[in-house]
Design a protein. Sequence first.
Length: 160
Amino acid sequence: MTPPSPSPNSSPDPNPAASTAAPHPVDHELVRAATALAATACRGDNHTVAAAGRARDGRIVTAVNVYHFTGGPCAELVAIGAAATQGIDDLVAMVAVGDRDRGVIPPCGRCRQVLLDYFPALHVVVGPADRLRSVPVAELLPESYVWADHQLDASQGAPE
């Protein structure tokens, strides 16, 4: 799975704070799925975070991180790969939950960039348990680099 092809409308709103859109509802079923996985599959130091992603068709895909001192993939990235193996190429929501009852945790910088590149319309659940909110991934990366906006399509040819 590669990030989507460039399109003239792929850039996120450059000033998301000025957006007047109504808040996006929190996907509590997704939070419960990640929480349950964190409680059952995150044991020891090898797996400490669980993630759950919602496909456009409603399916939920879950995954855990793979910790390694050389820098293993985060749960969100493993979830993208797991989704691909299930034929899911359009995630609309994502949440990560820490082990040992740490609750919802925000994606790291690398995950924010990858999520934005693969799924620019994705919403991410963030915040403490009593104030969860679902925000567009672009809001987590102000002034972000959008990979698709910097790719040449076949008709443009190579730069000179």
